[in-house]
Design a protein around this ligand. Structure first.
Ligand code: BDP
Length: 595
């Protein structure tokens, strides 16, 4: 799936901005056919953004069910004869789209884009009304999964229900990423797949173009590779080919050099469609104890993130995005994980450009009660339906992100109950699907299980493990970290002989809380904890990366163990550094690329 870009043949109309919005409190919208006419009693709502924190009304913040978004737009006369596509960057978690009162699309899954050709439904040269119904209910067939709980008893005579989920971030909802219209010619470039290799100083760019539309068999394809300054390197004809780049500049964090592949579709001697793709020439490989980027060992320094910020919730905002990349650069990181779902493609575009190595994660989080008596991989919970959806999400994720040089690894899930018997068959199917679709990147599953109990570690290329010694276990006992961590990490390596990344470790820290000697929740405790972890990492040569939990404080549901959210950020939610940020900056800036 190609990211929408303007070219000399393609136009974009941005539908972001202020939409009309209505919460369907009584669940009557479909029955009363709200899609047939302009929404009555609507309020204003920005897109993209979560809707939860925009108003002063907690019944909107905590709503469970449908909300309705609506806006009008014009399609210019000049778009006659073009293919017109509506693309929604994401709508969390389910969406139904109506154009001028007619249903045109549905989508399940809140973290990936979907698009629909609207020529049949749109009115050219006049106003069109677009309605998007977004539903945020999670069940066991969704990723992430969830379930509804109803309370009705003598203490709750009126009853109420809650959306339950086993993951640790607020279930922000709404239209989270840009909504766009874009045009192509009727016969068009549907997809491009690029793979790169390295041969000494040479870079090899292999490409494959997929064309669709009535005249697809009558078209020629031209692919031209340019360097960053616009100098032409080679021009090749045909739907697939290979371009050799002498003395290539390889894409890496210290020099994220991007070439540009321009693809033109020619019909009757005329360029009818054109698209370009930034291309980073780089290879990723896991061999023995190490991860190699362009044949050189690389050590991952960084943080796990969230799409989360004040007011916007999970809404994409270029202001927050660029600030976050500046902070990642400032702190000396070279990588991050898209915990716990695919991020906006705009973020990956920036990671390509800034030069960050990304572990790209599927939205499979919360498949674990952390209680061995409550199983998850059983027919009434994570079952065949969940698996089908998981496979579909994997296909869509790889279809979207396959060409990004920043993506160096796929993570199929976070902290699933991998000690359960059912987990093995389930993840075998998921991981096989990843391997079938992409042979150029390693695959992982982020574990919270211990080395002797997991059933899936044999399936992955890199062991990724989240661990909270001296926090969730032995709280306050910083002195136990080194012994426990070293023992565990050595066991992972002994059993699986695979490199290990510690993908989460950290401590809730309230900015401004101080304590010496360190106590939990103080800035000193966070620093001391990190330092002890780092001493262990530095002793073990099979540890190939450290990702702290979390980049910034973030919102969670209200519960007693969360103080206005999860406070394990190295930065506050407003992106101000805690003491630990300076410690990390010092460590990472003085570390070599391969540790
Ligand atoms: C891990 C989860 C992460 C949580 C974190 C925590 O992967 O989503 O936010 O713990 O508890 O278990 O802070």
């Amino acid at each position: 799936m190609l990211y929408p870009r303007e070219t000399r043949t393609r136009e974009i109309k941005d539908l972001c901005g202020i939409w009309r919005f209505k919460v369907d409190k009584e669940n009557k919208g479909y029955e009363q056919r709200w899609f047939e006419r302009p929404l009555e009693d609507a309020i204003l709502m920005p897109v993209p953004s979560s809707y939860n924190d925009i108003t002063q009304d907690e019944s909107i913040r905590d709503h469970i069910g449908d909300v309705w978004y609506e806006r009008t737009f014009y399609i210019p006369e000049s778009w006659k004869g073009k293919r017109i596509v509506l693309r929604v960057g994401s709508a969390t978690h389910h969406a139904k789209l109506f154009l001028n009162g007619k249903e045109i699309a549905q989508n399940k899954g809140g973290f990936l884009p979907f698009e629909v050709e609207i020529n049949k439904f749109a009115q050219i040269g006049c106003e069109n009304r677009l309605t998007i119904v977004v539903n945020n209910i999670l069940d066991w067939s969704c990723l992430p999964p969830g379930f509804i709980r109803e309370y009705k008893d003598s203490m709750h005579p009126d009853g109420y229900k809650t959306q339950e989920y086993l993951f640790d971030f607020f279930n922000y909802s709404g239209i989270h990423r840009p909504v766009l219209l874009y045009t192509t010619s009727k016969t068009y470039i549907e997809d491009i797949r690029v793979k790169t290799q390295i041969d000494g100083k040479k870079g090899i760019v292999c490409f494959k173009v997929v064309v669709d539309g009535e005249k697809k068999n009558e078209c020629q394809i031209e692919a031209t590779l340019y360097n960053r300054d616009g100098g032409q390197i080679a021009k090749v004809e045909g739907p697939e080919g290979m371009i050799k780049v002498e003395n290539a500049i390889f894409w890496e964090p210290s020099n994220p050099y991007l070439y540009k592949l321009n693809v033109t579709l020619v019909h009757d001697g005329k360029a009818i469609d054109e698209y370009y793709l930034p291309v980073g020439i780089r290879t990723v490989e896991v061999k023995g104890k190490r991860l190699y980027l362009n044949g050189k060992p690389v050590y991952l320094k960084g943080l796990a993130k969230h799409e989360d910020s004040d007011i916007r919730g999970k809404g994409y905002d270029p202001v927050i995005a660029v600030k976050d990349f500046n902070l990642l650069k400032w702190i000396g990181a070279n990588s991050f994980r898209t915990s716990h779902y695919p991020y906006a493609e705009e973020i990956l575009n920036l990671a390509d450009e800034y030069g960050f190595l990304v572990i790209d994660e599927a939205p499979a989080v919360g498949m674990n009660f952390f209680n061995k008596n409550e199983k998850v991989f059983i027919p009434e919970r994570v079952n065949q339906n969940t698996l089908e959806h998981h496979l579909e999400v994997i296909r869509r994720l790889i279809a979207r992100d396959k060409n990004h040089p920043c993506v160096i690894m796929w993570s199929v899930a976070n902290e699933a109950a991998t000690y359960e018997d059912g987990a093995y068959e389930y993840f075998k199917r998921v991981i096989n699907e990843v391997r079938k679709l992409d042979k150029t990147r390693p695959v992982t599953l982020v574990e919270s299980s211990f080395p002797d109990e997991t059933k899936v570690a044999g399936l992955v290329d890199v062991i990724c493990v989240n661990r909270y010694y001296s926090w969730y276990s032995d709280p306050g006992r910083l002195d136990l970290i080194e012994f426990q961590l070293e023992k565990e990490l050595k066991r992972w390596f002994e059993l699986y002989q695979k490199p290990v990344i510690v993908t989460e470790y950290g401590a809730d820290t309230i900015a401004g809380f101080h304590s010496s000697p360190p106590m939990m929740f103080s800035e000193e405790y966070q620093c001391e904890m990190l330092e002890r972890y780092h001493r262990v990492f530095d002793r073990l040569n099979f540890v190939i990366g450290e990702h702290i939990w979390n980049f910034a404080d973030f919102a969670t549901k209200q519960e007693v163990r969360r103080i206005m959210g999860n406070r394990k950020g190295i930065f506050t939610r407003q992106r101000q550094p805690k003491m630990a940020a300076f410690l990390l900056k010092k460590r990472w800036e003085s570390m070599k690329e391969n540790k």
